[in-house]
Design a protein around this ligand. Structure first.
Ligand SMILES: C[S@@+](CC[C@H](N)C(=O)[O-])C[C@H]1O[C@@H](n2cnc3c(N)ncnc32)[C@H](O)[C@@H]1O
Length: 372
């Protein structure tokens, strides 16, 4: 009989019945994290690029219309805070940098000094950039939950974010206090036009319920780069609209849960990665045979400070990690296809060069060039 094998935490490694070769696979290590990864970005260069994005935005009609619209919604009210979830990688992605530039312009125009940001994918150095710009980086993933002020206005910005974030945000403020909120996110109107009503009612019920009482300002997408603010609208919930609701309208259930979300990163996904709940030690290529620590047991151990040394017969298969891989793959796909576009715009040749341009480029003179 073969000797039992144990991992460094004392859990027995259960060999696969289908394939006993126990080849190592390329499953991400338990150190992989969504947040605060150590990918290096050059802070000074990033800040320079952000400043240049601010300059471009300041020179645009888009910003002028945007600020005018926000100012109209605010009327004489004070903007107390700006909250932004889902900026993405500001160190690597132009789209994220321009969206960040919008935050800076909003902060300056409305003299609002409380700006909070969160994205589970931020690198440590990106958090440093945001802090240098005077923003507060929210450390934990509240999944879009943020309770707004009851006195003054909070502007909430979810740039191109999964609709689950917006639904959770509405759930966490589900009352007539929503009159104190300006919500900038993917257009409710286009979401409702482009998805079957039944599906939306099941998946994002709070967006569906509030939509008839929302006012949406659609801005012309006339910024120089059309993939930064596309499909983005300003939504607000005027008092006079909300007063037409019955009190039962505001009763709410438990925090929404979602199935098959692709871009939405839950707190549990982050926690699983950060606590290294999956102890990947040995596994075959197809069916994995790995000891898996039960998430609850791991959290209990963490609280008690002791390991209970249990062996589980759970096998790590695709399903248990599926959400994490799906969300990460989807994000990477979007991110890298946008980077590809950016690089193309910046470096691709501008079409065929004329004979004289080509000659000049390589230092030749054409016969009819004047002699020096
Ligand atoms: C489609 S990307 C948009 C990124 C960027 N704003 C853009 O327009 O390219 C969606 C973003 O939402 C973020 N996200 C997903 N779940 C989140 C959560 N629970 N809290 C905050 N941001 C989240 C993702 O990390 C990602 O950066």
């Amino acid at each position: 009989m073969s000797k039992k094998q144990f991992d460094c935490d004392g859990f027995e490694i259960v060999p696969s019945k289908r394939n006993s070769k126990n080849k190592q696979t390329k499953i991400p290590s338990k150190d992989s994290k969504f947040s605060e990864q150590d990918t290096f970005i050059n802070i000074d260069k990033t800040i320079k690029r952000i400043n240049s994005a601010v300059d471009d935005l300041r020179a645009s009609n888009y910003l002028e219309h945007f600020l005018k619209s926000v100012s109209t919604v605010l009327s004489s009210r004070k903007l107390e805070a700006i909250v932004c979830f889902g900026l993405g990688h500001i160190g690597e992605c132009n789209i994220s940098r321009y969206q960040l530039a919008l935050l800076l312009c909003l902060r300056d125009s409305f003299e609002c000094h409380k700006v909070l940001v969160h994205d589970p994918v931020f690198y440590k150095t990106e958090c440093s950039v945001l802090k240098q710009l005077g923003f507060d980086v929210i450390p934990e993933n509240s999944e879009g939950g943020y309770v707004i002020s009851k006195q003054h206005v909070t502007l909430v910005y979810f740039p191109h974010c999964p609709k689950q974030l917006t639904n959770n945000f509405l759930w966490s403020n589900w009352s007539t206090d929503l009159e104190h909120c300006i919500l900038i996110c993917n257009s409710f109107t286009s979401m409702i036009e482009n998805h079957p009503e039944r599906i939306l009612k099941e998946t994002v019920p709070y967006i569906c319920k509030i939509n008839p009482y929302a006012s949406e300002i659609t801005l012309e997408n006339n910024f120089i780069y059309t993939d930064i603010f596309n499909d983005t609208s300003i939504h607000h919930f005027p008092k006079e609209n909300l007063k037409n609701t019955e009190s039962e309208f505001w009763s709410k259930g438990d925090k929404p849960t979602y199935e098959n979300t692709e871009e939405f990163i839950t707190a549990l996904m982050v926690e699983k990665c950060e606590h290294g709940i999956y102890n990947v030690k040995a596994c075959s290529c197809n069916l994995t045979a790995i000891t898996v620590r039960d998430p609850e047991a791991k959290l209990n151990e963490k609280a008690s400070g002791k390991s209970n040394g249990q062996t589980t017969d759970q096998q790590l298969c695709k399903a248990i990690d599926e959400m994490h891989f799906k969300a990460k793959s989807y994000y990477d796909y979007l991110h890298h296809s946008r980077r590809y576009k950016e690089i193309n715009v910046e470096f691709k040749g501008k079409g065929e060069r004329s004979v004289s341009e080509t000659a000049r480029m390589v230092g030749f003179k054409l016969p009819h060039d004047p002699k020096p």
